[in-house]
Design a protein around this ligand. Structure first.
Ligand code: ADP
Ligand code: FBP
Ligand code: MG
Length: 359
């Protein structure tokens, strides 16, 4: 193995640079050259690759974002092109293989979430050696106990809950924090426990308005006039709809969730006659420096991905299982997101503490 390439795809995430750095350093010490692909699969289609040197990875360990750029739009198997003035979709997978092979690149490390790894597994099916690295603030990938970036998002959401507590208490208000996570409630669940929320509302447990108001009223009866609610962006009431913020064209994952926080605050004001405010944490959860935990996990993943290539463990994703990094089949990771099971230990813990899950 003489040359490999690395790309970052999907939404950016704290720890991406730490993975890239670990990939470069591990490859370098094994005499392997590393090409960096710009802007995810777009860079592979458009032949935007360059050889990485130590100067490119120096100082990037604590930096948020990705020095390679990323996109959560372009799918090379259905690539948006303009042909004779008309918008058409083309399969660019052969172009990708051509661009890799012309540089004698023998394997590809794809750092991404479910969408990106689905494409990675399709490229692997074409016969090109691929190893995936599980990225997402949402922690919604199966076969791994953690995606990198999640810990940082949880710590940012927890800090937000701490800050909302003091203003909620001063004004005797109900404060609602909407966090990300797509269809998974991991960020809401973990930050809700860490930040002492009174209600944790997640997509996996459709909520009843009564359950939330009962919890707030109970607190009021005990003389506590403020309450804190953390709601995942994918949450919905029983028999209700998810809240869609916008539709993004030209990508399989068109729905961008958002708006449930405002709806919850508005409805609680109506039902309880108490002042409510909502905060949408948004992309703050994805920006900035990774926590020490995420730097370590990202570094372990990057190192393990290169070793998987050296050991010819292709069509795999490096995963955290029982505190060890192991290769799992890429095909087993894509398709079904890892959602919070109803029996999850943290839900049990939350219930014992009197937290309402809105059911
Ligand atoms: N169901 C899907 N099938 C194929 N490609 C997808 C699918 N969902 C998303 N993609 C593509 O995967 C890439 C990133 O997906 P996205 O879900 O936004 O990020 P992530 O990789 O972090 O999960 C984009 O190129 C998008 O077009
Ligand atoms: O940046 P965008 O396009 O608004 O996407 C927002 C979505 O991306 C995320 O931040 C991360 O999701 P991915 O890991 O799938 O990229 C979600 O939590 C959120 O729903
Ligand atoms: Mg995704």
């Amino acid at each position: 193995m003489k040359s490999i390439a690395v790309l970052t795809g999907g939404g950016d995430c704290p720890g991406l640079n730490a993975v890239i750095r670990a990939v470069y350093k591990t490859a370098h010490s094994n005499g392997i050259k590393v090409y960096g692909v710009k802007n995810g699969f777009k860079g592979l289609v458009e032949d935007d690759l360059s050889l990485l040197g130590s100067e490119n990875v120096s100082g990037i360990l604590p930096r948020g974002g990705t020095m390679l750029g990323t996109t959560n739009r372009d799918n090379p198997f259905r690539y948006q092109c303009i042909d004779r003035g008309e918008l058409v979709y083309k399969d660019m997978s052969q172009r990708i293989l051509f661009n890799l092979k012309k540089r004698d690149i023998e394997a590809l490390i794809v750092i991404g979430g479910d969408g990106t790894l689905k494409i990675a597994s399709e490229i692997a099916e074409l016969g090109f050696p691929v190893v995936g690295v599980p990225k997402s603030i949402d922690n919604d990938l199966p076969k791994t106990e953690r995606t990198f970036g999640f810990d940082t998002a949880v710590s940012i959401a927890t800090e937000a809950l701490d800050r909302l507590h003091t203003t909620a208490e001063s004004h005797h208000r109900v404060m609602v924090l909407e966090v990300m996570g797509r269809y998974a409630g991991w960020i809401a669940l973990h930050s809700g426990i860490a930040g002492g929320a009174d209600c944790i509302i997640i997509p996996e447990i459709p909520f009843k308005w009564d359950s939330i108001t009962d919890k707030i009223k109970l607190r009021q009866q005990k003389g506590t006039m403020f309450s804190i609610i953390v709601v995942a962006e994918g949450a919905k009431p029983i028999n209700g709809e998810i809240s869609v913020a916008r539709l993004v064209n030209n990508c399989p994952e068109t729905i961008r969730l958002g708006g449930i926080g405002d709806k919850v605050a508005h409805e609680l004001e109506n039902l309880l006659g108490v002042e409510c405010r909502s905060t949408v944490l948004g992309h703050l959860q994805r920006g900035g420096s990774p926590t020490a935990y995420d730097r370590i996990l990202s570094t372990r993943y990057g190192e393990a991905a290169v070793n998987a290539i050296i050991n010819k463990k292709f069509k795999t994703m490096v995963a955290l299982q029982n505190n060890e990094i192991v290769p799992v089949n890429l095909i087993d990771v894509v398709g079904t997101p890892y959602l919070v099971p109803a029996t999850h230990d943290l839900i049990k813990t939350g219930r014992s503490l009197g937290i309402s899950f809105g059911d």
